[in-house]
Design a protein around this ligand. Structure first.
Ligand code: ADP
Length: 493
């Protein structure tokens, strides 16, 4: 099988790389395996890409190690920043192509995908700005010594990303890693390998030395597991399910105690208090759950509404959800495209069927949308109990529950009654309620009168079983640096 193929999308025709990107070259996997990626809009294969297995991970690690010890070490911090900025420029230059790839491979609406490209470029540029601003401290302990710290790169970093934001996750991962002088092997999700390979081409064009950023396509159980347990990878960063995240932590512990950061699942509460601006709150609640087809780890899937406004809220929210345009990702006004895969479609439909059997009331949706592609109607359940699966487990689809709460205290109790702690929101016009609730909720991000407004300058990550460490902002830099203390004894004159 060849290493490139021309792909025609409804908006652009472009050259898609298919190989593993190691040492700045696209190559075939050692075992010669390939796998197909499916268009979720029509359930048909788009193209096959080369598959990385354990041996290819080894080769990529060797390339990353060589770069780390060699050419990359000679590159100045400001040059690292310039390279990231150039990559951001190229993403923006190719925005139509990259957005089309995301729409094709992931199914997200092309307008949303353009938002991802812009956010990815912003993130890379942001970390490019950090590259020459990484420094330690000088510490005065006594007159007889000089002590200072150096923030050194951790080393070779393995990065494993999911399929819900294929491009954006690359930017979140490589930005802080490369800015701080590490080298990277990034494994894209098997459902969405195409944008990563296109970015790989841009990485080469931007002028990164060979081996600094390696991009491989492959499966979790093989390539992903090989990264997590590799003896020569110094750090692993993972975004995905809590189940797999636990396994990554175990594999790291069993192998070389590589540093681990995890960004995992959620079952985030979205609280609407009676003094909220209802119309605005409904807009945010709608975006909170249905943005990216519900395929967000921070999706506001548990909506907790004060009893005084519950009936009115449900009526308006139903109306709002039914206005969401579901359909072809290549239509510019599409809000919700298909779910990413047959597997995800089946998982979500099982949750819907289970909720119906358990007695939850379907306010709207609850069925497949159309008869081709992995489309699911925006679905709202009411009359749910705290012990129902649909309330407790992460669905990762366009499905939410609305629960009635008596007061602020009950809202906080219910909000916190989960093992997850990724995100939350409260809608209110009372500053005291806003601060009381946001202080009381155990979650890494609390939005007040908005939802899903992530930004590369703001740290993001989970309390409890939603993760370890923080991505984005200056906080992410800590994941990618080791602090070295140097103490110098001064000879007395
Ligand atoms: P989902 O179930 O939504 O696909 P996963 O957590 O399974 O989410 O996948 C997220 C990423 O983790 C993907 O890149 C996937 O290939 C990878 N992955 C899955 N299983 C493993 C594993 N056992 N070890 C390492 N990576 C894995």
């Amino acid at each position: 099988m060849s290493l490139f193929q021309t792909i025609k999308t409804p908006v652009v025709t472009y050259e898609q790389p298919l190989g593993l990107f190691i040492n700045n070259e696209f190559i075939k996997g050692v075992e010669g395996k390939t796998f197909e990626t499916i268009n979720p809009h029509n359930e048909k294969p788009i193209v096959a890409v080369h598959e990385a297995t354990e041996k290819d991970v080894d080769i990529a690690v060797q390339a990353a190690r060589r770069a780390l010890e060699g050419e990359w070490k000679q590159v100045t911090p400001s040059e690292r920043g310039r390279l990231l900025t150039r990559l951001a420029d190229f993403l923006e230059r190719d925005i139509d192509t990259v957005a089309a790839i995301e729409a094709l491979d992931n199914g997200k609406g092309v307008t949303m995908a353009k938002g991802d490209v812009a956010a990815s470029a912003g993130c890379l540029r942001y970390y490019g700005g950090w590259a020459d601003k990484i420094f330690g401290q000088t510490i005065d302990t006594d007159r007889g010594s000089l002590t200072y710290t150096r923030h050194e790169p951790v080393g070779v970093c393995g990065q494993i990303i999911p399929w819900n934001f294929p491009l954006l996750m690359i930017a979140w991962k490589i930005g802080p890693a490369v800015a701080t002088g590490n080298t990277v092997i990034i494994k894209t999700a098997e459902q969405t390998p195409l944008s990563g390979l296109y970015v790989a081409k841009l990485i080469k064009e931007a002028g990164f030395p060979p081996g600094v950023i390696n991009v491989i396509s492959g499966f979790g159980r093989t390539a992903g597991a090989a990264i997590a347990s590799h003896m020569d990878i110094d750090k692993v960063a993972f975004t995905g399910s809590t189940l797999v995240g636990r396994g990554i932590l175990q594999a790291a512990a069993k192998s070389n105690l590589k540093k681990v950061t995890l960004e995992l699942g959620g079952k985030s509460p979205n609280i609407v208090l009676p003094d909220a601006n209802l119309e605005e709150a409904i807009g945010w609640v709608n975006l909170g759950i249905f943005f990216n087809h519900g395929q967000c780890c921070c999706a506001g899937s548990r909506i907790l509404v004060h009893e005084d406004i519950y009936d009115q809220f449900l009526e308006l929210f139903k109306k709002r959800a039914e206005e969401n345009k579901v359909g072809d990702p290549f239509k510019t006004d599409t809000f919700q495209g298909p779910q990413v895969s047959q597997l995800q479609y089946d998982r979500i439909m099982n949750y819907i069927v289970d909720a119906k059997h358990a007695g939850a009331k379907v306010v709207t949706g609850g069925e497949r949308h159309g008869n081709e592609g992995y489309y699911i109607q925006p679905t709202i359940f009411a009359d749910v109990h705290e012990d129902m699966k649909i309330v407790k487990e992460e669905v990762f689809g366009p499905v939410c529950t609305v629960q009635k709460v008596r007061d602020e205290d009950e809202a906080i109790r219910v909000a916190n009654s989960t093992n997850y702690g990724l995100a939350a929101a409260v809608h209110t016009t009372n500053i005291n309620s806003a601060i009381r609730v946001s202080n009381a909720i155990k979650a890494g991000t609390v939005w007040v009168n908005n939802y899903n407004t992530l930004h590369y300058q703001m740290p993001f990550g989970g309390f409890k079983e939603s993760g370890l460490g923080r991505e984005l902002g200056s906080y992410a830099l800590e994941n990618y640096t080791e602090v070295k203390t140097v103490r110098i004894h001064l000879s007395q004159a």
